[in-house]
Write a protein that binds this ligand. Structure first.
Ligand SMILES: Nc1ncnc2c1ncn2[C@@H]1O[C@H](COP(=O)(O)OP(=O)(O)OP(=O)(O)O)[C@@H](O)[C@H]1O
Ligand SMILES: [Mg+2]
Length: 227
């Protein structure tokens, strides 16, 4: 098998896709993996800007067929790289129209596609996940409740949903992405700093918070990322 592909999805704007993508890259780098970042947010390529100097990084438009073709070719040419895809808000149309390009080639690529689907507490996050699972039926799907929007028990819509049962019956996990103190996440964003760089540069109190969060994130990702 070649290395896996991790797609950070959610389709909704502002649910935490970019922060989870950065955390995933950080986790993989810490484990010594070679990473290929595919940035598909063409209007705000924040992860690409932050990680382009630390990992192999590509910028592809996954709203169009061309982007998906290129994605498959890139996955084929770097089998030893774990691929991490940061998706953009409202990318569900592109996935429905062209996702088959990837899903139909996974066997030949010898790669597993693992989706981390980030949700807030609203219903449309769940509706969009149903569409995604239809478009790419052979993806492994885990749901990530972003604790930025409240503690785990507050995700009542998802916690009690039929969708959760479906996800878990298919072997997916329901995870919780820890909340990082605003002044630290604001710093990461405004300075376009990688998590590793921030661990060197931030003031001692901010670093302590970042380390706490990073350890929590590691515990979460260890349950689903096996490179
Ligand atoms: N777990 C978290 N802890 C702290 N801040 C968070 C967390 N999740 C999201 N945020 C904050 O929420 C904002 C939006 O997050 P992010 O950019 O990751 O979302 P997105 O889904 O990538 O948005 P877009 O659709 O615009 O690309 C950021 O300012 C980020 O700092
Ligand atoms: Mg984003």
């Amino acid at each position: 098998m070649a290395k896996s592909i991790y797609l950070i999805g959610g389709s909704k704007g502002g649910v935490g896709k970019s922060l989870l993508t950065m955390a995933t890259i950080d986790f993989l780098m810490e484990r010594g993996e070679s990473v290929l970042l595919v940035e598909s947010d063409t209007s705000n390529p924040d992860v690409w800007k932050t990680y382009k100097d630390s990992v192999d990084a590509k910028w592809l438009n996954l709203d169009e067929a061309d982007g998906w073709i290129q994605l498959v070719n890139d996955c084929d040419s770097k089998p030893d790289h774990v691929v991490v895809i940061n998706t953009a808000a409202r990318n569900n149309k592109g996935v429905s129209a062209h996702g088959e390009t990837l899903s139909s080639t996974l066997a030949e690529l010898q790669r597993k596609l693992v989706t981390l689907w980030v949700i807030n507490r609203q219903r449309d996050s769940l509706e969009l996940l149903k569409d995604f699972m239809q478009a790419i039926p052979n993806a492994e799907v885990h749901v990530v409740r972003n604790a930025y929007f409240g503690e785990e028990s507050k995700f009542e819509l998802y916690n009690g949903s039929k969708l959760r049962t479906t996800v878990e019956e298919r072997g997916g996990k329901s995870l919780t992405f820890p909340d990082l103190a605003d002044r630290v996440s604001d710093d990461l964003y405004s300075k376009r700093m990688s998590i590793a760089a921030a661990r060197q540069d931030m003031p001692i109190g901010n670093r302590a918070e970042l380390t706490r969060w990073r350890n929590e994130v590691r515990k979460m990702l260890e349950t689903v990322i096996h490179a």
